[in-house]
Design a protein around this ligand. Structure first.
Ligand code: SF4
Ligand code: SF4
Length: 97
């Protein structure tokens, strides 16, 4: 990973360290084939739930991963920010509404 990607991970972990696990279980669906590893979701997640990781199966070499799902508060900021529609939060729940 590049330096800026490691920095994004470190900053996310700092945010996570200030949070407690969410009271509600939220389901995050990441579609690896759509993820280009830009890190926008990692940067915007207020709870540090997401991280970037090296991914040799991706043509971009890096992709996002759901590192600590128990910290997700379901705010959907990642979903709204992702330019490639690669991440969804509580998708099934939304479909039922
Ligand atoms: S914002 Fe979307 S494309 Fe970028 S790393 Fe996150 S899931 Fe992947
Ligand atoms: S829904 Fe909010 S808390 Fe959950 S992973 Fe996305 S940005 Fe982070």
């Amino acid at each position: 990973m590049e330096k800026f990607e490691r920095k994004a991970n470190e900053e996310a972990l700092v945010r996570r360290a200030k949070k407690k696990p969410s009271k509600k279980e939220n389901i995050i669906t990441l579609v690896p084939v759509y993820c280009k590893g830009c890190g926008l979701c990692v940067d915007i997640c207020p709870t540090g739930t997401l991280q970037l990781e090296d991914n040799i199966e991706s043509k971009f070499g890096v992709s996002a991963k759901v590192d600590a799902p128990e910290y997700c508060i379901g705010c959907k900021m990642c979903e709204l920010r992702c330019p490639d529609l690669a991440i969804f939060v509580n998708y099934d729940e939304d479909q039922e509404k």
